[in-house]
Each structure stands twice: as structure tokens, then as C-alpha cells.
Design a protein around this ligand. Structure first.
Ligand SMILES: Nc1ncnc2c1ncn2[C@@H]1O[C@H](COP(=O)(O)OP(=O)(O)OP(=O)(O)O)[C@@H](O)[C@H]1O
Length: 649
């Protein structure tokens, strides 16, 4: 065995983490994203109201130059670090001017930049990077190679006091990327979208050997969507915007602009942005848009009696044929990772829903002919959906047992959307019943501990009431691993079966007992990925901010510590922060439960899914842990490997 000692632990310095694991910081298919980081900073300067022009030039050698006429990156010596600020910006991870978003008057309140990491990544992954800054009457230059300063900051000329801006020249290092070339199509798309989303800012792209392109719009959303889509929409594009003007749980300036279109055939790939950052994988702002649109169309259809009997609209009926462009402004967005492809801030869901719903309903009502066309398109989609689920319905209708009395079922028959929550305790069950989406979410409260069924004979399983109720509600008979292929699952009544228990020892125990039941007696559901576990938060952090309270939910101790750390870094004083711990699910009111644990767009779920081979492997472990005659084995295991397990006693 090789020696594993303190010396084996490496501490990466300065930009080394980026060079070691570039994939954690950027997309390594090509250098487009490291160029985007520089463009995003120029866009942030424009968004803050300082830059009016952003230019990108690419020369014949593949050097990319990004310029803006913003304030210029600060060049003065940093009071604590003793180095020019621009040097820190490019050489130090987490050095930036966009951390204190909540500070009133902060020009970067709605910036896409968050982490102070972006251009350090660009620098780390470039063979050479030059920065020229016009600021305070001088022109300053600094040059880096492989992330290190090779020409220190020097004043190289004079300019007028008002002539300011930043120019960055990048030579990406091909060794870090699958392809050494910037994707010109993506770059053009990005630049044009920035121009569309920032009225009156001029954006240029000048590629050597090609004609220079310049974009500047006043109201570009509709034109942009028009060009994105294929086919003719059933109604004119609806462009709207709404931003918070007085703090009402959201901060002033938060809100969204959107353009929406519906198609019988065709359409186009929707696009969304948060603080001008393209969110290629969508996220909570997109989910909020869909929820707002759905509510508006549903209300319109009901009001105008467009819905035929027995047809109930679902969100996907309304939004499935919609193409959209969405630009959200969020004060302190949280993204998944540094490439920011997906927004995860829970607040953004509510924000965008609230902003979109009323203006859109108003538009539908004042353009009733078009509203009718959009609603009819949704009705058609709902009818098609119902037809396809009815086929499944027929098969399952034979031999269905009476559903358990404790089950609060959902209204929809659509197995693809239906969910069953197995909830610990009657009180949490009660909140879940009130807080859930009645259309697609069913609740089965479980009283006390579920039986340990590991060694219970299948024929005897139904002697236990809870197990009987679960099986009947789910609609599939108990079976063994050898029957995975032959068991009839056409009676399945929910696409997702979600275990929802408290985040404490008892809750974990209930989870284990339910896993035992599913693994041993319903392995087909485990293999097909139907079983999930809800992750309710353990803490709530309230932050008082100018007359309203911001709620942040934290999954566990670790997340709580991180959140408090972040708030402190933002300069929020301790007396404005209060932390409460949920003792159990039953303590949450229905709205809180919906927001944190039930709502598909803001909750967290962990799938309990395993391949057949994994199920077989897990069987041995479960026998050791759950088998009656295994006490001695368990003891030996605990003595040997118990330290590997986190205990909470
Ligand atoms: N073109 C620019 N004009 C003015 N200041 C800039 C410019 N580019 C960078 N900066 C300053 O440098 C800081 C660091 O930029 P960097 O791209 O590393 O991180 P960020 O934009 O703060 O956050 P993120 O890592 O999320 O992109 C910025 O916060 C900003 O203060």
C-alpha cells in the first residue's frame, strides 16, 4: 500500500484549482464560455448603467478582444492586499465587486456576476491575456501568461477624464479544451441576445474577414422571438414586463420581461435569462413563468366557458405549445455551478409567477379572440392527453380494490403526473392535504412505524394495515425480484411515490422501513425509478430587510452554516437574522410545506432507484441490517464499520 499521510494532502494555490479541474469552472468543449465570462462583465457594466457599448473582435490568429466603455476595472492598490485591484480580479478566485447585492445604491445589484470567479477562470485557461483600462485620465495595461503576471500594471498613456472603459484580449490555451476555437454561432447568439435584453446598448461583433455586425434595439423582444421561431403563431406575440416598485417580499427592481407565442405546429426552442446570463437548462424562473401563464389561461378559459365538460387543463396543455423569451431580474440569484445554466432560487418561482399572471390575464381578456385561440389549443392538448391515459385506465380498471379510507386521492388520472406522498404522522398528513396540488398529488398518512417486512412472507403482508393500504393505493401487487419482468404494473396509479418523513432519527427509521418494503416486495417500482424521498428543510432563516422578511430554507446544519456565512459576507447584521428549526413536518403550515417539500419546481427529491444488479447487491446488506436472526452479525458490522455511518442519536 502507498503511504497515505498528511503529505498526501495537497492545497491548491491561486489559480491552480482551475487548471487542475477546469470542468468545475467552465465548459471545456471549447473556449466560448471563458470569453462569455468577460462579455458578461461588460454586460454587467451596461446593466449598471455605465457602459453603452460592448464590442467583440476576433482576429485571424484567434485572439478575442472584448471592450466596453464602462467605468474601467479599478487599478488602484487594494488597501488590504497591497496589489492593484485589476491584478486581484484576474489572479484571485473570489475577488470581485458584486458580493454586496443588497446594499442600497450598489450599481451591481442586478448583475449576472456573483462569485468573483469568472475572469480568473478566463485568465487561468489562457496562454496570454492582456487588459487595458482607461480610467481616471490614464490608460493602464497589465499582461498575464498562464494566469501569472508577466508585465505588471503600467500607465501607458493619457486620456480625458470621462473616457473610461475596459479592453481584454484573450488567447485561450487549447490544452484545456476539446476544440481550440470559439463557437462563432454561439458567440453571435449571445451578443445579439444581450442587445435585445438591454435596450439602447450597442453590441458589435467584428470577425476578421467577415462583415461587422452591430445590434442596438429599443424594443427587441418580439422581433427576436419572431426570428427564433418556425411557423406562424395562433395569436400575435405577447410582450410584457413587470418589476417590483415597492418592496413587498421582493426587492424593488426585481421582476421580468417576456415575449410569448403559441403554435399549432412548429414553434422554437424557448430561451431564458437571469440578469442577462443565459440559463440554458432553465430553472425556477421558467417554472414560475409557466405557472403564471397556466393560471391566466385557466382563469380565462373558465371565465369564457371554453372548457368542455370533463376536461381539466394541466400546465403542460397550456405551455406545451408555447415558445418564449424570458428575461428575469433577481436580486441574489442562486445558480447550479459556475456556468450558471440553471437557476435554483426558490423565490424566483413566486416572483415570476406573480409578475406574469395578471398582465397576461389582462391581455387575454382584452384580446379575447386570440385568448380563445390559445385556450382552444390547450383544450385540444388536454383532450389528447386524456385519450392516451384512458387507454391505460381501461387496462387497470379490472380487479381494482377499494381504495383505503385514509388516502386523500388526487383528481387527475394521468399517471405521468400523479404523485403519492407517504407522510409520517397525521398532523403532517393534514398540512400536506391542505398544501398539495389537489389535481395531481395524493396523500396517504402513515401512523407510527411501518412494519419491518424484510422477513414477512408475501402472503402474510396484508395482515398489516399500513402495508395493505400502501399496496392498494399504489395499485401494484407485492412481488419478488424474480417477478420483476412478469409482474403486472399496469395498475400503477402514481408515477412518483414519495416518502415524506421528518428530518430526524424517527423519520430516517421510517424511510428505512419503507425502503425495506419497496426493495423486498415492490422491486419493480425501485428498478423503474418510481420511488423517491422528499427532502424537507430542517431550518428556516429569516432576514429582515426594509419592511419585509426574506425566508431562506436550509436542508441541514451544513447549509444553514453556509447561508449564515453568506449573509454575513453580504454585510447583514446579526440582529436582522433569525434562525428557527423545524421540529417536524407537522410544524410547517400548508404554504410552507408546499413551497419547500411539495411544489415540483422548488422542492428537492432524491430518487431511490436501482438496477437489478444493485437490488441484488443491496439485498445482502438489507438482510444483515433488517433480518431478525442477524443481531450478532449486525453487532460485528457495527463494531467494524459502524464508524463509516453517520449516526444521529
Ligand atoms: N469590464 C469590467 N468593468 C468593470 N469592472 C469589471 C469588469 N470586469 C470585471 N470587473 C470587476 O472585476 C470583478 C471580478 O470579475 P469576475 O468575472 O472574476 O467575477 P464576477 O463577475 O464578480 O462574478 P462571477 O464569478 O459570477 O462572474 C467584478 O466583480 C467587477 O468588480
Amino acid at each position: 500500500m502507498t503511504d497515505y499521510s498528511a503529505a498526501s494532502i495537497r492545497v491548491l494555490k491561486d489559480l491552480e484549482p482551475v487548471k487542475e479541474r477546469p470542468g468545475m469552472y467552465t465548459r471545456t468543449t471549447c473556449p466560448t464560455h471563458i470569453v462569455q465570462e468577460v462579455i458578461d462583465n461588460s454586460a454587467d457594466e451596461a446593466l449598471a448603467g455605465y457602459a453603452k457599448k460592448i464590442s467583440v473582435r476576433i482576429d485571424g490568429n484567434g485572439i478575442i478582444e472584448v471592450s466596453d466603455n464602462g467605468r474601467g476595472i479599478p487599478v488602484e492598490i487594494h488597501p488590504e492586499e497591497g496589489r492593484p485591484a485589476v491584478e486581484l480580479v484576474f489572479c484571485k478566485l473570489h475577488a470581485g465587486g458584486k458580493f454586496n447585492k443588497k446594499e442600497s445604491g450598489n450599481a451591481y445589484r442586478f448583475s449576472g456576476g456573483l462569485h468573483g470567479v469568472g475572469v480568473s477562470v478566463t485568465n487561468a485557461l489562457s496562454t496570454r491575456l492582456e487588459v487595458e483600462i482607461k480610467r481616471g485620465g490614464g490608460v493602464h495595461k497589465i499582461v498575464f501568461a498562464d494566469g501569472f503576471v508577466i508585465e505588471p500594471l503600467t500607465r501607458i498613456g493619457d486620456v480625458g477624464q470621462r473616457n473610461t472603459g475596459t479592453t481584454v484580449r484573450i488567447a485561450p490555451d487549447p490544452k484545456y479544451f476539446d476544440s481550440p476555437k470559439v463557437n462563432l454561432g454561439q458567440l453571435e447568439h449571445l451578443l445579439r441576445s444581450k442587445a435585445v435584453l438591454m435596450p439602447n446598448v450597442t453590441v458589435e461583433l467584428d470577425i476578421e474577414g467577415q462583415e461587422k455586425k452591430t445590434w442596438c434595439y429599443q424594443n427587441g423582444m418580439a422581433d427576436y422571438l419572431n426570428e427564433m421561431m418556425v411557423g406562424t403563431p395562433v395569436a400575435p406575440i405577447f410582450v410584457g414586463e413587470k418589476y417590483v416598485t415597492t418592496a413587498n417580499g421582493f426587492a424593488v427592481g426585481e421582476g421580468a420581461t417576456w415575449a410569448l407565442a403559441w403554435f399549432e405546429e412548429g414553434g422554437g426552442k424557448p430561451e431564458s435569462y437571469v440578469n442577462l446570463i443565459p440559463t440554458l437548462d432553465g430553472g425556477t424562473h421558467e417554472a414560475g413563468l409557466k405557472a403564471g401563464v397556466f393560471e391566466a389561461v385557466k382563469a380565462f378559459a373558465e371565465h369564457h366557458a371554453i372548457l368542455p365538460a370533463k376536461v381539466k387543463l394541466a400546465q403542460e396543455d397550456v405551455c406545451g405549445k408555447m415558445t418564449y423569451l424570458l428575461s428575469a431580474k433577481v436580486l441574489d440569484p442562486q445558480f447550479q455551478g459556475q456556468t450558471k445554466e440553471k437557476l435554483t432560487s426558490r423565490d424566483a418561482y413566486k416572483l415570476v409567477t406573480q409578475m406574469v399572471r395578471d398582465p397576461f390575464e389582462l391581455w387575454l381578456n382584452s384580446h379575447a379572440d386570440f385568448g380563445r385561440k390559445i385556450a382552444e389549443l390547450a383544450v385540444k392538448a388536454a383532450q389528447n392527453r386524456l385519450k392516451s391515459t384512458q387507454k391505460v385506465e381501461k387496462k387497470k380498471s379490472s380487479g381494482i380494490a377499494t381504495l383505503p379510507g385514509k388516502l386523500t386521492d388526487c383528481e387527475s388520472d394521468d399517471i405521468g403526473r400523479n404523485e403519492l406522498f407517504l407522510v409520517e404522522g397525521d398532523s403532517a398528513g393534514g398540512s400536506a392535504k391542505q398544501g398539495r396540488d389537489k389535481e395531481t398529488q395524493a396523500v396517504l398518512p402513515l401512523r407510527g412505524k411501518v412494519l419491518n417486512t424484510w422477513e414477512v412472507d408475501r402472503g402474510q403482508l396484508f395482515k398489516n394495515n399500513e402495508v395493505h393500504d400502501i399496496s392498494v393505493a399504489v395499485g401494484v401487487d407485492p412481488h419478488g425480484i424474480e417477478q420483476i419482468d412478469s409482474i403486472d404494473v399496469s395498475g400503477l396509479r402514481y408515477g412518483r411515490i414519495i416518502v415524506m418523513s421528518d428530518a430526524d432519527v424517527d423519520g430516517s427509521h421510517i424511510q428505512v422501513l419503507l425502503f425495506t418494503l419497496f426493495l423486498k416486495h415492490f422491486p419493480a417500482l425501485v428498478e423503474r425509478g418510481h420511488i423517491h424521498v422528499a427532502q424537507p428543510p430542517l431550518f428556516r432563516v429569516d432576514v429582515e430587510a426594509r419592511g419585509h422578511t426574506r425566508k431562506i430554507y436550509c436542508l441541514d446544519e451544513n447549509e444553514k452554516v453556509q447561508t449564515l456565512h453568506k449573509l454575513r459576507e453580504e454585510g447583514i447584521s446579526e440582529n436582522k437574522i433569525s434562525v428557527s428549526r423545524f421540529k417536524g413536518l407537522g410544524e410547517m403550515n400548508p404554504d410552507q410545506l408546499w413551497e419547500t417539500t411539495l411544489c415540483p419546481d422548488t422542492r428537492r427529491l432524491v430518487p431511490f432507484r436501482a438496477s437489478r444488479q444493485m437490488i441484488e447487491e443491496m439485498t445482502a446488506t438489507f438482510t444483515l441490517l433488517m433480518g431478525k436472526g442477524e443481531a450478532a452479525g449486525r453487532r460485528a458490522w457495527m463494531e467494524k464499520d459502524g464508524g463509516l455511518v453517520e449516526t444521529d442519536v
